[in-house]
Design a protein around this ligand. Sequence first.
Ligand code: NAI
Length: 699
Amino acid sequence: MSADYQVQNNVAVITLNNPPVNGLGLATRTAAVEALQLAEADPMVKAIVITGAGKAFSGGADIREFNSPKALTEPTLHTLIRTAEGSSKPVVAAIHSVCMGGGLELALGCNYRVALPGAQIALPEVKLGLLPGAGGTQRLPRVIGLEAALDMIVSGNPVSSEKLAGSLFDEVFPAGTDLVAAAVDFANKMAEVRRPGAPPLPKVRERKVEHADAQGFLDAARARVKAAAGAFPAPLECVETIAASVNMPFEEGCKFERSRFIHLTQTVESKALRHAFFAERAAGKVPDVPSDTPVREIGSAAVIGAGTMGGGIAMNFANAGIPVTILETKQEALDKGLATIRKNYENTVKKGKLAPEKFEQRMGLVKGSLDYADIAQADIVIEAVFEDMGVKESVFRRLDQVMRPGAILASNTSTLDLNKIASFTSRPQDVIGLHFFSPANVMKLLEIVRGAQTGKDVLATALALSKKLKKIGVVSGVCDGFIGNRMVEQYIRQAGFLLDEGALPQQVDRAIEGFGFAMGPFRMGDLAGNDIGWAIRKRRALEMPEVAYSKTADLLCEAGRFGQKTGGGWYDYQAGDRTPHPSQWVDEMIVQHSKDLGIQRREIADQEIVERLVYALVNEGAKILEEGIALRASDIDMVYLTGYGFPLYRGGPMFHADTVGLANVLAAIEKYGRAYHGEAWKPASLLQRLAAEGRGFNS
Ligand code: NAI
């Protein structure tokens, strides 16, 4: 049953009932239309109330139907709304809670709307790269006014029902009112005033959008929205469609809305946003760890190392209200780490993003210590010491001795073998990787590294913890670099080879930033510190001497150019300023290095730069997928969208490859494989197979 029907005091009460949020899928629409027809036909029924069961009026259209024929199967959302609007009896929408998207559009098709305070009202379609496609852009401005409607539709943000009293809502009852009973009374009152000769029932479609200077306002809105929307077409389409509510008769406006909606559903940007929406929800699911797996209680935490990462990780716990102790070897390092945390919070207060009283509360949750005895009772400990197996070994042996049984022992290592780290303890089932990204108090991504022996309850606890810390947790198997850094390694290798062949750092960065990356590889290196990659390359040179890199990055580091922290890296920097300036020294070093290699430098097109960097990610991603390191292609996309600045409107590397077509991606990879350092381009067999079958990673 997806809509319940009941008659109370001569009023038909139709309750949308499709848990969890009464999405208006086909079955629900069918039941609602049938209920409306039943009410229309019953002479005892004087009026109709539409409401929602459970925790929502309606969360809107069922987005799983978007790319399926179901969305267009009758009764469509339009038909449902028109059935409500066409009723000869007063129809009242009674809203107690979430009323979004298609849910609000349905409410706008009713003659009256009543609500309880605190209900969340929104047209959030823009967040999926769409616009409200069932009359919302035409009806909302007619009810709440042009400016307020534009704000709601272009932002997609929810507004609390009490703020819409007197505009959207005919009545907002006091909190605690029995909404359905009050709505039934209200409906009866509206039915009573409908004696013969009374004016017809009010319909939103018959109203006009009132505004003193609608065209002036719309022009200003176009300019403002266009500037803010970047690569996304939907916000401006929202403005144009809202403009139609002013400039066109209602039916024409609805047709225009429909055509723009259909256009947007076909855009890559909207497809990418919908992909990301589902990818985020899929990421928390691990097939052999069901959602009812017991989790361990995390009431206290400890962090080992108060450096760049340790401090940021500790802040995450304090932000979530979990007390955390940071352990260091020296008082000086501890003081420095704690001072950085304090300064970070102070800056947040200065920016007005943290209430001053919360500042002391957060700092009060962070303690420092030099003594393992102080952390022994913690429920979880996260190690963030130097990226060196020897140091990790001594820390984990110690943790194994001191931590209480059942405590989770986590490592923030970015590249090292988690199984080896686990083997330093007598409890490998309690060991897991929790790979945060820098700055750890800001970045959304948390790679959760599942060791060969990590317990299912430990994994389930880590997934639950990622939500508590407001992170997006993505599970990775064990390999050098896990999902994100293993892929970025190939991307950075290509960036280096491009320098040998003829490009300069600023050209590479500009090209990939033009593709939409937040930051190119060389600016990124300067920010993170080029010495980190240098150390990793030195280790790999011993483990995998056959893997070739451009030597330019080593030459850079040998000259002490580690990046922003040393005043120069791939770029020059002025004191206190993060603006990169092309460096003559670097450019000459690169050109000289090509000469030393005997390479005739050539003009490299931006398209080649973008393809080589992005397809290097894709090819390695495909290997990660076929090895089972990532559970699904969309997990890889989530890692890149939330941890590496991959442009959201392209949906992540694997989704982007699907958009380009895997046969095209493979052809490009084979072409690059015949050129400089072609051994870096060995195509993943999964890519070859899917390309041959005409499929995509996400299909
Ligand atoms: P860092 O050098 O800034 O901090 C390391 C801290 O650990 C120092 O304060 C040091 O005094 C302390 N320490 C060293 N040995 C210790 C021991 N035995 N006991 C207690 N404290 C000890 O290093 P960073 O950048 O914070 O990296 C830490 C870990 O996080 C590494 O495994 C790194 O690979 C990983 N990581 C780093 C990222 C970054 O962007 N910096 C990103 C993600 C992971």
